[in-house]
Design a protein around this ligand. Structure first.
Ligand code: ADP
Ligand code: MG
Length: 687
């Protein structure tokens, strides 16, 4: 239903319901003269017929019509939706107030008492039409407002193109009373979406439309404004009876992103209001389509972004693992702290060993709460110095393991910078086991010292041996002369006895000096050693026999253990090796003044033959361990120890390409281990 066209007053159609013919004609003339179109009927039934056929804008109703009561007709008009707002002006002869009240109660909009003059009639009619027009306008704006509000709300939830076209087409179809309504958006080349509403419902199917025509129109300059189309040039494929189409582009930012098209059966159904509604709906839809396209783009880029983030995360993770693998593969203990002393790195080696701690339980913790065994003051001063100075700090550190083994560590604290601020951001602590290097250095120093002493000893011994030989030879000669009575002129037998005694003393002391110089000679390696292929088991057995003979003290038990399988042969000087074993055994016996067990055993490990000389004696104080191989180091009383035994052993074994190691626990006992290279398959000694 459309609003009455009142703006042009002459277009308004009035229906005059009047019984009396003359009066009826008179009224018609008055209204026609005033420019209205006037229809006339004489009774209520004819009035109803005309109202149904023609569109009337106002009824002038004589209350004195016959048949159906005029008031009943009035009530009937008010009861029907189509005529509910149709203005009715009642005419009556009666001046009775109650009659007037009845007319208003039945729904009349105005009341005129007959006889009425022409001017009053025309002005009353005009006034009623004006207020009817105002009411229509109001209803129309309300409808528009409600429609737009509903559509706006709906579009808020329609972010996908298919939801969008569905809501726009559906709302416009409902709101305008069109017979067909289609919404179409084309947001990107492969994303065209459409929806068509008709009497049978909706179809998300653009096959009901001349899509190519629509797209052609949208691409043309003509699509800047709405168009009105007749059936022949329509966008809808259906030709069933609709007379007119109205198409509005969905324009945003100067571009047509789609279209909204409505169709009406009759041209007059497409009024100004309908056009306004469709225009407004198209505007909202254009904005929604723009938002939808932004949303699509954002979603696409966020998917790309998410993929990129995943890729970069994987890359960073691989890089992290690689770096971690590098620091884990280093043969070093390594950790790093930040300037708050929080642990940020902790490598595999730091997890291993007696003092190892799993990485997971230290990362992020304060270093001082983790390294509780270290002196906190010293440690924090070291770190502070490196953070302050930015210079590497190196400290050598000696640690005794639970097993008694001494380990040497080189601890470096290395500054690290992660930006250009010049501030040390982290300190890396690296611990390197330098025991082997330290031992090797010490061995070299010891060997050099021994060689120097050896050269000195050889020179001295050479000078002393000859006079000693002369002294002992002279003493012996004098003794035999004494024996032969060459000194018979000496009368006093006491004097002779003294002489004999002194000569004996000179001889024995000269021999004692000789044995010391021989020891020095041994030490100096002045005597050439003769290497030959030998079985170490034979050497041990020979040494055992000698030791058994010399056994001074029954309190010490001897155990000799050679393996059942033959030991691999080695190349060496049997005499010297036997001397080394005897020197170790002698020390062992000395270390067991109140008795104990001396065990000498041999075995082989790979290409090496090992001899262990163990005792259950007093043991060696840790501070002496490093000194016992030095020549002249002894803890024994003067006259008992020369301090040369271990130095000689060490020299002999080094010369054989072997080594001598010691393990000792105070009060428990000591084990010396000789390691010598066996002759390998190729036939040569490994050394
Ligand atoms: P000496 O036996 O003349 O003292 P060595 O060179 O043979 O000289 O030994 C040096 C020192 O090493 C000894 O004085 C002793 O303190 C220590 N020592 C060597 N072997 C043992 C042992 N088996 N048990 C305890 N101490 C030992
Ligand atoms: Mg000794």
């Amino acid at each position: 239903m459309s609003a009455p066209a009142i703006t042009a007053k002459e277009n308004a159609t009035l229906l005059i319901v009047y019984n009396e013919k003359d009066a009826r004609d008179r009224l018609r003339k008055i209204f026609e003269a005033a420019g209205f179109r006037a229809l006339t009927v004489s009774d209520a039934p004819s009035a109803l017929r005309v109202i149904h056929k023609e569109s009337c804008d106002l009824i002038v109703l004589d209350l004195e019509i016959p048949g159906v009561d005029a008031l009943a007709l009035c009530r009937l008009l008010r009861a029907q939706p189509a005529t509910k707002t149709l203005p009715v002006i009642a005419l009556s002869d009666s001046t009775v107030e109650s009659r007037k009240a009845d007319a208003f109660a039945a729904g009349a909009d105005d009341f005129i008492t007959k006889p009425s003059n022409a001017d009053e009639l025309v002005s009353r009619v005009t006034s009623q039409l004006r207020s009817a027009q105002r009411e229509w306008d109001l209803i129309g704006s309300n409808r528009e407002l409600r429609f737009l509000a509903d559509l706006g709300r709906g579009l808020l939830r329609a972010i996908e193109p298919d939801q969008l076209v569905r809501r726009v087409a559906g709302s416009t179809y409902e709101g305008t009373g069109a017979v067909l309504c289609a919404a179409f958006v084309d947001l990107s080349p492969d994303c065209e979406t459409g929806c068509v509403f008709d009497r049978e419902g909706s179809a998300e199917d653009t096959s009901l439309m001349h899509l190519d025509r629509l797209q052609g129109w949208l691409a043309s300059p003509g699509a800047a404004a709405p168009v009105l189309l007749t059936a022949a040039s329509s966008f809808f494929l259906r030709e069933d009876a609709h007379q007119v189409e109205y198409a509005v582009p969905l324009r945003f930012g100067g571009r047509a992103k789609g279209a909204l098209v409505v169709a009406f059966d009759r041209r007059e159904d497409l009024g100004e209001t309908e056009c306004r509604l469709v225009d407004a709906a198209a505007q909202q839809a254009a904005l929604a389509a723009h938002i939808s396209s932004l949303y699509q783009a954002a979603r696409e880029s966020s998917t790309t972004l998410a993929k990129e983030v995943d890729r970069r995360t994987a890359e960073a993770e691989a890089q992290r693992r690689f770096t971690e693998a590098i620091i884990d593969s280093l043969p070093l203990s390594l950790y790093a702290v930040d300037s708050d002393y929080r642990i940020v790195a902790w490598n595999r080696n730091r997890e291993l060993g007696e003092l190892g701690i799993p990485r997971g339980s230290v990362l992020g913790k304060n270093i001082f709460s983790v390294l509780t065994l270290q002196n906190r003051q010293v440690l924090s001063e070291e770190f502070a110095r490196v953070f302050e100075s930015g210079e590497i700090e190196r400290i050598e550190h000696e640690a005794t393991r639970a097993s008694g083994e001494i380990k040497h560590w080189l601890i470096s604290k290395i500054p690290m910078w992660i930006d250009d601020s010049g501030r040390v951001s982290h300190v890396i602590a690296v611990g390197e086991d330098i025991s082997t290097r330290v031992e090797a250095n010490r061995a070299v120093a010891r060997a050099e010292k021994l060689a120097a002493i050896g050269r000195l000893a050889a020179g001295v011994v050479h000078e002393i041996n000859n006079p000693l030989a002369t002294i002992s030879a002279c003493a012996e000669a004098l003794e035999s002369r004494l024996q032969e009575g060459a000194f018979s002129q000496i009368e006093s037998s006491e004097t002779l006895d003294d002489l004999r005694e002194y000569l004996g003393l000179i001889r024995s002391e000269a021999f004692r000096c000789k044995s010391i110089t021989n020891g020095l000679l041994d030490f100096s390696r002045a005597r050439a050693s003769e290497h030959a292929r030998l079985d170490l088991a034979d050497v041990i057995n020979a040494a055992a026999r000698l030791l058994a003979h010399q056994q001074r003290d029954a309190k010490v038990e001897f155990l000799f253990q050679t393996p059942d399988n033959p030991l691999p042969p080695l190349s060496g000087d049997a005499g010297q090796l036997q001397q080394a074993i005897i020197a170790l055994a002698t020390n062992a016996v000395d270390a067991m003044p109140v008795g104990g067990t001396l065990t000498i055993s041999a075995r082989h490990e790979g290409a090496e033959v090992l001899v262990e000389v163990s005792d259950t004696g007093v043991g060696i104080a840790p501070e002496n361990i490093a000194k016992i191989f030095e020549p002249f180091f002894t803890t024994k009383e003067v006259g008992r120890g020369t301090g040369l035994g271990l130095a000689v052993c060490y020299g002999i074994l080094t010369e054989h390409g072997g080594s001598l190691d010691v393990q000792s626990t105070l009060g428990v006992g000591t084990t010396f281990t000789i390691t010598l290279p066996a002759i390998t398959e190729i036939g040569e000694s490994k050394a």
